[in-house]
Design a protein around this ligand. Structure first.
Ligand SMILES: NC(=O)c1ccc[n+]([C@@H]2O[C@H](COP(=O)([O-])OP(=O)(O)OC[C@H]3O[C@@H](n4cnc5c(N)ncnc54)[C@H](OP(=O)(O)O)[C@@H]3O)[C@@H](O)[C@H]2O)c1
Length: 329
């Protein structure tokens, strides 16, 4: 496992990390959560991603129980939470100082840790002044309850506004962003944030590198019954897979699989390693509902040297998803 700096921070995060969305508390119980985290840690993964909104906090409870049972040295791993979707009442959602603070305390209790290493604003909140959120994050940092704060699915403009608010008021700016990034979703990481990587030293912890499994080829011939798109509550994901856009993506996945076979690797290894080719990616967050998937995905790292410029160009020719870049003169 290699490690990358999280943006301009001094924090070294493993190139592959592990997250619990959909899986912990839905497909995976406490015992399996511990098994999965153990397999990841033993392979060198040092970052475990979570959120208050995952299974209404139950995902964090299972991760906390696993951390307590595994007894790893607290200075050997990074754990995150995200704030935004805490509950149904108006004070239980969004990025007000009240909810940012209370959600942090609740995550600390569920995860059974004294501090969160990373704490993300899970989405932008247009009802809260940016200065209020930045100040709440800054206060949690000065209290030692979080070490780095960041955003998820914010625009480059919104991240810039957070930096300006921090600079104006002498507060701590965000360190990292958690955007979706895979062969089909590229705009934010490759175009929108381009002007701010250097300006602010932004790090990224990217999600859904396999587009929820689509890039494994598992949906090429229909929907397997034991996959996440068949779970109650994830009908929206099944609709995406079955949409015209989803079908067009599957055509490309089949072409990518042929290309990957020529390079003697499965298509999901090619898709994961493609994410790592982007130097603005600090870590690729893997998802897995079973240990065999996780071990398989981690083993992609053995094929890193196969990602030649020729292979990258051939991938581009198939997917044709490169976004228009900001104009340079
Ligand atoms: N910030 C955000 O808004 C946000 C949003 C989404 C995710 N995330 C984070 O990113 C993490 C990863 O996202 P993700 O789970 O969507 O990642 P992903 O890699 O795109 O999808 C993971 C899913 O694909 C299937 N899969 C993975 N490897 C496989 C393999 N080798 N063979 C067959 N199927 C395989 C499994 O689903 P099946 O159970 O169907 O087999 C697995 O749960 C999440 O856990 C979370 O921490 C963040």
């Amino acid at each position: 496992m290699d490690y990358r700096r999280l943006g301009k921070s001094g924090l070294k995060v493993s190139e592959f990390s592990f997250g619990s969305w959909v899986t912990f508390g839905k497909q995976v119980d406490g015992g399996d959560a511990k098994t999965l985290m153990s397999a990841a840690y033993d392979a060198g993964v040092n970052f475990f991603d979570n959120a208050e909104g995952y299974e209404a906090g139950n995902s964090e409870t299972l991760m906390g129980e696993a951390l307590a049972a595994l007894k790893w040295s607290r200075d050997s791993y990074i754990v995150s939470s995200k704030v935004f979707w805490g509950g149904t009442k108006p004070t239980q959602r969004g990025l007000s100082a009240k909810h940012v603070t209370e959600a942090c305390h609740a995550a600390l209790r569920r995860l059974q840790v004294d501090h969160l290493d990373l704490y993300f604003c899970h989405r932008p909140d247009i009802d809260t002044p940016i200065e209020e959120t930045v100040r709440a994050m800054h206060n949690l940092i000065t209290q030692g309850k979080i070490l780095y704060w960041g955003t998820s699915e914010w625009s480059g403009q919104q991240i810039t506004e957070a930096h300006l608010a921090a600079r104006t008021h002498g507060l701590t700016p965000p360190t990292m962003e958690q955007p979706q990034y895979n062969l089909f979703e590229r705009h934010k990481v490759e175009a929108d944030y381009l002007p701010i990587y250097d300006t602010f030293g932004l790090g990224t912890t990217i999600w859904s590198p396999l587009a929820s499994g689509l890039l494994t080829g598992k949906y090429n011939d229909g929907i397997p019954s034991d996959s996440r798109v068949n779970l109650p509550g994830y009908e929206w994901l099944r609709d995406q897979v079955q949409s015209e856009g989803g079908k067009a993506r599957l055509v490309k996945v089949k072409a990518l699989a042929k290309l990957a076979a020529e390079a003697a690797m499965p298509v999901h290894h090619l898709a994961l390693l493609w994410c790592l080719q982007n130097p603005h990616v600090s870590t690729v967050i893997l998802g897995a509902s079973r240990k065999s998937q996780l071990k398989d995905n981690l083993s992609a790292l053995d094929a890193k040297s196969k990602m030649t410029p020729d292979l990258m160009a051939a991938i581009e020719a198939i997917v044709q998803t490169k976004p228009d870049l900001p104009q340079r003169f």
